[in-house]
Design a protein around this ligand. Sequence first.
Ligand code: G3P
Ligand code: MG
Length: 236
Amino acid sequence: MRRPVLIAHRGASATAPEGTRAAIREAIRAHADMVELDVQMTRDGRLIIFHDERLERTTDGSGRLSAMRYAQIAGVDAGSWFHPRFAGERVLLVSQALRLIPPRMGINLELKRTRQRRALLQRLTQLIRWTRKARRLVVSSFDAALLAPLSHHLACALLCRRHPERSLQHAIRLRCVAWHPHISVATPARIRCAHAAGLRVNVWVVDDPGTARRLIRWGADGLFTNDPARLRKAIG
Ligand code: G3P
Ligand code: MG
């Protein structure tokens, strides 16, 4: 069986608190091929790694992230909710996260929806130029409007949870390099269609080995998983 690209979803988020330094380190230890991290912008324009719109679920802080300054977020504990041994893990800046990722590893930054599209894109472009990691980077989003200005100079992937046919056509029009469907909309016909248009297909989130084998048979190029070490062992 062809070996898929294993993408650590929010870092190795089954074994460490999502999006933190610990989760990235776990993904590296697990020899994941790529790490996926969610990106949002604070009120004062700092790009941080964070999934939710609010702090409550994964930190000891509270509030809506886009309404807060980075200084208000920098000190919150992003590890204890997961397990006490991760106490003191912090919300990472994108620049800090990028520095942790070794050269052999791919990087997938998922841009979360925002009302500040222009500002976010400006910050991202500055940051990427500065880190010189563009070659290993795939930028993804559910929001096609965030990808449109990027896809002529960066590898982009459109995420899809619903309306797969429309999403696939969008990804093709946007000149994406990949299509990232949710597992519920990944079918052999759609994977074939994406391939015929020159798109790679990376499916999220796949932790079950049986499902992983089926998707590989169907031709999926990559699998997002919360537990890359376990999935790698299970699928050989
Ligand atoms: O990028 C794949 C996946 O992360 C998209 O959904 O909600 O986990 O960011 P979510
Ligand atoms: Mg994500």
